[in-house]
Write a protein that binds this ligand. Structure first.
Ligand code: PLP
Length: 450
């Protein structure tokens, strides 16, 4: 508690002058705050994010507590909003940057280049030169062309060999089609690096998100160990970094991955066994969604609605024998089929898949809408009276692919009503476009002490 409070003080100091940040006491739930926001904007309005910097601090604190020997380098790509990045700086994370722009953003804050890793295994030459100019030495590679390119442009770079984690069969988390050197390749790359006189000093892996199998982490750590041994014993490199990548779940109540404490337990066992403090290896990680995902609620308003009645064709029986049969018995059957094809309400919201909900397309998310205050009471009541309606939520653009979710049960909403979505901090604003002229939502900031 004490260290959370002292970290919050640092966050306020870092951000206080530049951002309007509301302080909410513990008893004041986020939903209350949304209700207040809603009641002040009664008509249709632009969607907005509500970011709780207190959650970011608590997630960081949990990381430090559960993985005390792993320094987190926040993966800026997950949410590059300045307040998010500066909160990470205030609590003391390092940074994982994927491009020159991300490097610039972090360096401009005065972050020590030692606390930055340029963790993109395929970089543009100009970006490597930028890293060189600013002394960002740590960078990843996983192929011969990249090794050559880095060596020609920045021979002093500290190279981290990105490994292809072994297939843990049940793990759905496969990044392997794009990045990572397999066992055969690591040997070739280490040999080439030796020949060039390049400075290989670590290995990394990224198991990927949505991983179901804790064994995937154990296997990846064992591979990291064996490649480190190979690099030191066969090629004479001095290894000093093992980077355990990102992919750690945004929230532990999500059903699509194992929990962070479970992952941490498995990792700690491997660290203790393979890379104890006396090994002299520094372990770092690149959490993105873990730090920012849970911190953000997205509030979205209903800008239009209509009712879709079941298509007429569905009321006809599929049995050809019944086609000309007008008996009462068949009328009854038709009516039954009709009832099964429920009426739906189609809602058009102020944000969609070209905006924040690009996570439906790019990040395999299934957003779940929530209603607030009065609507929540109505929802409970209508669930009891089975008056809740099947609904489909569309984004505001003219494209029919712009669907947030289908067939959800919601109380009937009006134009101007608000919905909110939890865990919307990661890979939302980061890739949101202004397609059809709808600009991505603004962000409001709060700090809840927990
Ligand atoms: N590190 C690397 C190399 C990545 O490619 C990514 C995501 O794509 C991350 C870290 C962050 O992943 P996550 O946000 O799932 O933690």
């Amino acid at each position: 508690e004490k260290s959370i409070e002292s970290r919050l003080v640092k966050v306020r100091q870092e951000l206080g002058a530049d951002f309007e940040i509301k302080e909410c006491d513990k008893a004041q739930a986020i939903e209350d705050l949304l209700e207040n926001e809603f009641s002040s904007t009664k008509q249709e309005a632009s969607a907005f994010y509500l970011m709780d910097l207190g959650t970011v601090v608590r997630k960081y604190e949990q990381w430090v507590h559960l993985l005390p020997n792993v320094k987190p380098f926040y993966a800026v790509k997950a949410n590059p909003l300045p307040a998010m990045v500066r909160t990470c700086k205030a609590v003391g994370t390092g940074f994982d940057c994927a491009s020159q722009n991300e490097l610039e953003q972090v360096l401009e804050l005065g972050v020590d280049p030692e606390n930055i890793i340029f963790a993109n295994p395929c970089k543009m030459k100009a970006h490597i030169l930028y890293a060189k100019k600013h002394n960002v030495r740590k960078m990843t590679f996983d192929n011969e062309a990249e090794l050559q390119k880095i060596h020609e442009n920045y021979p002093e770079a500290e190279l981290i060999l990105r490994l292809l984690p072994p297939d843990a069969s049940s793990a759905v988390c496969n990044f392997g089609s794009k990045f990572g050197a397999d066992k055969k390749m690591t040997k070739r790359l280490l040999k080439q690096a030796r020949k060039l006189g390049a400075n290989v000093c670590g290995v990394s892996f990224h198991v990927g998100s949505g991983c179901w199998d804790p064994n995937a982490y154990t296997l990846a750590m064992e591979l990291a160990y064996s490649v480190c041994m190979q690099a030191e014993n066969e090629y004479g490199f001095k290894m000093k970094i093992v980077d355990i990548g990102g992919g750690y779940p945004a929230a532990d109540n999500l059903t699509d991955s194992i929990s962070f404490p479970t992952i941490a337990e498995v990792l700690n066992k491997s660290i203790q066994k393979l890379f104890p403090p006396e090994s002299g290896i520094q372990i770092i990680g690149e959490p993105g969604r873990y730090l920012c995902g849970e911190a953000v609620v997205l509030a979205v308003s209903v800008i239009a609605k209509r009712t879709r009645v079941p298509a007429e064709s569905t009321v006809y029986s599929e049995n050809p024998d019944d086609a000309d049969d007008d008996s009462d018995e068949n009328d009854d059957k038709e009516k039954q089929d009709d009832d099964e094809e429920e009426e739906q309400i189609l809602y058009y919201l102020s944000d969609g898949v070209y905006g924040s909900f690009n996570n439906v397309m790019f990040d395999h998310q299934n957003p779940v809408p929530h209603v607030t205050g009065a609507a929540a009471v109505a929802a409970a009541a209508s669930a009891l009276s089975s008056g809740a309606k099947k609904s489909t939520l569309f984004g505001p653009t003219c494209d029919s692919i712009d669907v947030i979710c289908r067939d959800v049960t919601l109380p009937e909403l009006e134009v101007g009503s608000w919905l909110y979505f939890l865990n919307m901090g990661a890979y939302t604003i980061a890739a949101a476009s202004s397609f059809n002229g709808f600009t991505p939502p603004n962000c409001k900031y709060i700090i809840t002490p927990g």
